[in-house]
Structures are given as structure tokens and as C-alpha cells.
Design a protein. Structure first.
Lengths: 197, 197
DNA sequence: TTTTCGACTCAAAAACCAAATTAGTCTAAA
DNA sequence: TTTAGACTAATTTGGTTTTTGAGTCGAAAA
């Protein structure tokens, strides 16, 4: 298990720097100071190593998100902590995500699977936040899961440029994303009319 | 000028069906029933034909959008007409856009230019809608252009899947985008709390 | 028994080259 | 002013060889 971690760490570094295709099994073996065949004792394929890395990163982010949300006192705070956490994690992972995305023309099924898992998680957590808001009497909506979905897409509209590596710019200045996110939350919660009240 | 239109139409059909690279100048010449050299009398290069097509489509969309918005009686209606028009145009153009995007690994500068032109246009029109809303006493915000920007990004979050060709799905059912867009506008205008009032 | 490795295979990718296409030009004629 | 046929130079294609790298195996070390 400890060895497995060791391999994962080595692989993560290399893949992050050079991309998945450019990183060879020999490279990983060398970085982990062991023979190539040994890797196959712990992992059944090169793809399997990537699968594990992605799975772990996913779990790490989910854990972070749950912790972040737990600390919020009301809907506003929870949403803010949620989006910020998500956001900084994505930024941190950005390069990684992109190199992999670019290389894997053919999207691997486990990446697709992880993406779906995350979609569900996002919806679950947002739905929960909305339901708690309703219980606290903050507002009343009929279909919280549908609302969660719309919120999620709206938020993604802002974070999308990060994933593609473009800068989000407004009036040709690069934008402060935390601030933008915060204002967007205000709009979503209170509406344009009341968002500055 | 009429000949130019004729060429553009021929080219548009072919490029739409087979993509930009697969369509040869001879193909276009044949479809327009003229010699290849004639094309070069009207256009300085193959790229130049594409440039003109894109520019024209852009103008057509902008015109449609202006018309749509002009018919709205209040902010809500204007935004709805705006987003719906945008949206259906994008869907119609989807295939076109995608084949070109896929082929032009290297993004051409005139496409980038058109994209920027559109960004500005979007901001301008949304800002105008918001300002008119303020004048009508519907709401009061400090920085309408910044708000226009946030609105735009939020809306893009919903329409993005169209551009990439994915279906936007919620709970594994494909979603009615007009309806989703409409609800999102409610949220943006009135806030979650009041969006169902 | 569990773990590691060097040496091997084979499928896929890179490198290479020749042949064919095709964007763009030119000259001349309608 | 507009059109076209013949031409060129650059790019793309298709087919071949070479190299690389994922994955296996059997033996040895721990």
C-alpha cells in the first residue's frame, strides 16, 4: 500500500509536468526507483495508474467541499464556501486537467465515470444547501434539485474559462474571480434588483 | 456583388457539409459554376471566403438580436427574447461552428476578432437592457456593465453544452433548454427566494 | 510466498519518402 | 471587367521502414 502511494506520487508529478502520453512507464519506474515490471505488480496498466490518481483527487475534492460547506451558517455562506473551494481546487488542478483532456482524444470511460460521479455529487450538495435554506425559512422553492442544477450551470459559466485555460476577462482586464463569484451568488440568491441592497 | 453572394452561398453549403479543409477551391468553383481563377478575382484567398461567411453570419445574428430585444416591453421580456434568439441561432449554427473549430487547430485571427466583436456586442446589449430597466424603475444597480458581464457568463453556462455538441442533461433526461433558460432568468432577476412568486 | 528485475514481444507511433492534390498565380482571351 | 486554362510551389496523402514503449514472462531475491 505504501509502495502504491509511492508510485502514485511519482506518476502524478511526471504526468502533471509532461502529460499522460509523454510520460512512459519507464519514466515512472525510474522516478519511483524501481523496475518497470514492478509497476505491473501494483497496477494492471498505465491507464490504471491514471484512474487511481483521478479517483483520489476526486475524493480529496469531495472531502474538501463537504468540510467547507459544513462551516457555513446560512445559504449564502454555504454557497460561497462551496464555490470558492471548488474554484480554487479547479485552478490548482487546471494544468493537470488540461493536458490530460487534450491528449485523450478518445475520452476514457473511467474519466467519464468520475465526471458523472462529480455531477451527482455537485447536485446533491447544492440540493442539500437549498433544502436547508428552505427549512431555515430563508426561501421557498418547489423543485430544489432543478434549482440546484441551474445554479450549478450558472456557476460553471464563470469557472469554465479556467478549465480551458483562458483568462476570464472583462473590459480586457483580467477579472477577480472570487469577487465575481461572490457577486453572482448575490444575484442568484436575491435577484438583480436586491443584490446590492 | 451579386456574384460574390453567389460564391458565398456555394461555399457556405459545401463548408457546412464537408468542413473547411475538405472543401477545395475547385469544389467551390464547380458548385458556383465558374472557373477556380474566378474565385480569386472576388476573394483574395480561401480563408478570405471563410472570413466573409463568418462576418456575415455574425451580422445576421446581431441584427436578429437587436430586433428581438426591441420588441420586449420590460427587462424580463427583453432578456428572454435575447437569450432565446441567441440560443436558437447557436443551435442552428452548431454543426457549422464545430466542424470549423475542430479543423482550425490554429485559431485564425479573424475568428478571434469576430469572437471579441461579439463579446462586446453581448455586453453592450445586456448593459443597455439593464440600464433601461433602471430607468423604468425596475431595479437599481451600481455597475450595469459588470452585471451584464455576470449575466452573460451565467447564461453561457447553460448554452455551453450546445457549442460542444453535448446534450445538457439533468437526472439523465435531456433538458428543455428554453424552459431552463426561462427559469434561470427568473432566478437572476428576482433571486431564488422570489423566483417562483 | 511475496516482490523485484532483465530480457523479451508486439502493436502502435514516429520518421521518412514518393506521388498526388490543391491553393494560389499568370497570361491571354472574351 | 470578368473568365478560364495552364502552370508552380507548397502541402497533403499514402505507403513503407524504424523506433518506441506498453505489457509479459520466467527466474531470482527477499
Amino acid at each position: 500500500m505504501d509502495k502504491k502511494n509511492h508510485i502514485i506520487e511519482a506518476a502524478k508529478g511526471l504526468i502533471g509536468r509532461f502529460g499522460f502520453k509523454k510520460t512512459t512507464m519507464e519514466d515512472i519506474a525510474r522516478a519511483a526507483r524501481m523496475g518497470k515490471a514492478t509497476l505491473y505488480y501494483y497496477f494492471k496498466s498505465k491507464e490504471d495508474i491514471l484512474r487511481e490518481i483521478i479517483e483520489r483527487e476526486g475524493n480529496r475534492l469531495r472531502k474538501k467541499l463537504l468540510e467547507a460547506v459544513a462551516n457555513g451558517r446560512n445559504t449564502r455562506e454555504k454557497l460561497e464556501k462551496y464555490t470558492f473551494t471548488r474554484f480554487h481546487f479547479l485552478r490548482e488542478l487546471g494544468v493537470y486537467y488540461r493536458t490530460i483532456k487534450d491528449e485523450l482524444y478518445s475520452h476514457l470511460e473511467f474519466i467519464e465515470k468520475e465526471r458523472k460521479k462529480f455531477d451527482r455529487f455537485d447536485l446533491d450538495i447544492l440540493e442539500k444547501i437549498l433544502k436547508e435554506g428552505m427549512e431555515a425559512g430563508e426561501f421557498k422553492i418547489k423543485n430544489p434539485r432543478y434549482y440546484a442544477f441551474l445554479l450549478l450551470q450558472a456557476i460553471r459559466g464563470l469557472e469554465f474559462p479556467i478549465l480551458t485555460g483562458e483568462a476570464l476577462s472583462f473590459e480586457s482586464r483580467e477579472i477577480d474571480l472570487d469577487k465575481a463569484l461572490s457577486t453572482l451568488l448575490n444575484i442568484l440568491l436575491y435577484g438583480i434588483s436586491r443584490s446590492e441592497a
